[in-house]
Design a binder for this molecule. Structure first.
Ligand code: ADP
Ligand code: MG
Ligand code: ZN
Length: 620
């Protein structure tokens, strides 16, 4: 579905052009072939003239053809060619020869240095450059042949699978906004009669993979109209003018087939604000021309004709202002990341064709995939199907979804990597520590499962928690519990293996960052108070920030102290919990070491079977 011209054909054509240019150049440069058999330096000609050996001189533009008798023998004169130096006037010399009775023919006219340069170098160059310019212009104007031919893509609704709103889930607000356009496209005449004006251009804005392209196609599918689409990245072309020509073609085609939709995907590639555009000069001009063409096409048609322009971008902030002006993309529809219910709905769309086992609970899958967008959820469904295929079974089960999510979130399982016994035990205790603290404190997200299978991204194990719900706010207790859970891994290592290891590094980072935000951003420390301090970009991420502290030195010291005390307090709390429930900790770690992965039920059972907490015995 790309350009009509194949790359190889394109290459051949360009080579041809270059060859023609070189040939032209060479022709002009070399001049007429020389008929004589010898060349003679001008100085020699002068001495020969002094000795009276010159018989005839024929003056040409760049050379003299002379007949000179060789010095030694007094035999017949030989023809020679003497180059004329550019810018040298030989008329005195010629007059002298004439005085000696030498036969002179041709015209004595000195070729000026500029003239010579012009003829031998500049003219051919001009012709060559002119040729190339003319070439690219022609191609640009004609749009089509032979280089850079591109028809706007048309989804033929009779052949391509028709996409409807039923295929797009979890973006209900966006759909609601687009329904208006669907009704307009279904019957533009009726709207015209009512005097109702639909928006000329609608810009779909949202992160990658949220379904913008899909939505645009669904609008066409719902309305049953043609769908012409071009992607902004396709405009980046070699020859100036190609992009503009494509835009022109696109709109011409669309107007001829109204009602229909014109869809410009990745609008930012063309519509970058002019001030944002740096880089290659060619690309700059190309983009500008394309953008201008787009703007003028958008201005130049009547919405009543039934052409609606949709565009998509994930970077609306860099778009040229002119694009967002009234009468162009004056309406923006936000296509956001789906929430919990949205994710479940999207999953439902993508499992329609899968043979699902009865145990599959898409709500659980949705809960395990916070932050994922439609494209990623489609990938989860696909990975689950692949997992089932690998197991060689007939239906896709819940555990296939588990495998799929782990694979996407944690990375591939590291094949054949076996940890030494002692490290394995340590990792098991570490994860058991996280899990047990999470299962004990009141405000932590429910533990979903624990695993000590090494992953390709470097993790030796993981404790997965399921947020019970979409979270928008976190309370102080919840934050403190999160820090406690993060410190649980290291606390367990200290208890069971006598000392900590490097394995807790990212836990410490996570805990410190949370504590720092509590103090500096959320005003959750008594000592520092409900005042915010400074941007939360870590200094190592932005060197300029560390250069200007945003609080006094005393405050900085107080902040540091508070952060440390929060993390230390959480670490103590975690250790106390684990000491009290040492039986459960040992049980979980042992089982984990044996089975590598434990789910929630197993964890709860192990805890229930373990000896009761030794209350009030912890050293504190
Ligand atoms: P965008 O254009 O926003 O980057 P796409 O429309 O190209 O995203 O989405 C890529 C694929 O992801 C779609 O073809 C579809 O399979 C899936 N997808 C994305 N969003 C959704 C959604 N809201 N509902 C269903 N499927 C979706
Ligand atoms: Mg897209
Ligand atoms: Zn950890």
């Amino acid at each position: 579905m790309k350009d009509g011209t194949s790359p190889s054909r394109r290459a051949v054509t360009s080579i041809l052009y270059v060859a023609v240019a070189i040939a032209l150049f060479a022709l002009l440069r070399v001049g007429p072939p020389r008929a004589s058999n010898g060349e003679m330096p001008f100085s020699e000609l002068m001495s020969a003239a002094g000795e009276g050996r010159v018989e005839a001189v024929h003056i040409e533009e760049t050379q003299l053809r002379v007949r000179v008798r060789p010095a030694a023998s007094s035999s017949v004169a030989q023809p020679f060619v003497v180059g004329r130096l550019p810018g040298v006037d030989e008329s005195d010399f010629v007059a002298e020869l004439r005085g000696r009775g030498v036969k002179i023919s041709g015209e004595v006219r000195s070729t000026g240095i500029f003239q010579t340069l012009f003829i031998t170098w500049v003219l051919p160059l001009l012709i060559g450059v002119g040729f190339v310019v003319w070439m690219s212009r022609t191609i640009g104007r004609a749009g089509p042949p032979p280089v850079g031919k591109s028809k706007p893509r048309l989804y033929d609704l009779t052949k391509d699978p028709r996409v409807t709103f039923a295929d797009v889930a979890g973006v209900d607000e966006a759909k609601a906004e687009l329904i208006e356009i669907v009704t307009f496209l279904k019957d533009p005449a009726k709207h015209r009669a009512l005097g109702a004006r639909p928006p000329r251009g609608v810009l779909l804005v949202g992160p990658p993979g949220t379904g913008k392209t899909l939505l645009a196609r669904a609008v066409a599918g719902e309305a049953g109209v043609a769908f012409y689409s071009l992607s902004g990245s396709e405009f980046v072309e070699l020859f100036v003018g190609v992009g503009a020509a494509r835009v022109r073609d696109l709109f011409k085609e669309a107007k001829a087939h109204a009602p229909c939709i014109v869809f410009i995907d990745e609008l930012d590639a063309v519509g970058k604000a002019r001030s944002f555009v740096g880089g290659a000069i060619g690309g700059h001009e190309e983009r500008e021309q394309t953008l201008n063409q787009l703007l003028s096409e958008m201005d130049g048609f009547d919405v009543g004709e039934g052409v609606v322009i949709l565009a998509a971008t994930n970077r609306p902030e860099i778009l040229d202002r002119a694009l967002l002006r009234a009468g162009r993309f004056d309406r923006q529809v936000v296509v956001d990341r789906p929430d919990l219910r949205g994710r479940e709905a999207i999953l439902r769309v993508h499992v329609r064709k899968l043979p699902l086992a009865p145990d599959v609970e898409l709500s659980v899958v949705a809960r395990r995939t916070p932050g994922m967008v439609g494209a990623e959820l489609a990938n989860v469904a696909n990975e689950a199907a692949l997992s089932a295929a690998r197991r060689d079974v007939q239906t896709v089960e819940q555990r296939d979804f588990e495998v799929a999510i782990d694979r996407i979130q944690l990375g591939l399982e590291k094949q054949g990597r076996v940890l030494p016994q002692r490290e394995r035990r340590r990792v098991a205790y570490h994860e058991a520590g996280h899990a047990l603290v999470a299962l004990t404190v009141r405000h932590a997200d429910p533990v979903h499962k624990v695993t000590i299978i090494p992953r390709s991204i470097g993790a030796l194990g993981a404790t997965l928690q399921l947020p019970a719900d979409e979270r928008h706010l976190l309370t102080r207790s919840e934050l403190l519990d999160r820090i406690g859970v993060a410190m649980g891994g290291r606390a367990a290592e200290e208890l069971a293996c006598d000392e900590p290891s490097t394995g807790a590094e990212s836990d410490l980072e996570h805990a410190s960052e949370l504590a720092r935000q509590m103090v500096r951003r959320y005003g959750m420390s008594e000592r520092v108070g409900p005042v915010t301090y400074g941007a939360m970009v870590a200094p190592y991420l932005d060197p300029h920030l560390s250069a200007r502290p945003e609080c006094s030195e005393q405050t900085a010291i107080a902040i540091d102290a508070e952060v440390r005390s929060i993390v230390q307090g959480a670490a103590r709390r975690a250790r106390t919990i684990l000491e009290e429930r040492r039986g459960a900790l040992d049980a979980i770690a042992e089982r984990l070491e044996r089975e590598e992965t434990l789910d929630r039920e197993t964890l709860l059972k192990l805890i229930a079977q373990a000896p009761l907490p030794r209350t009030n015995q912890a050293a504190e």
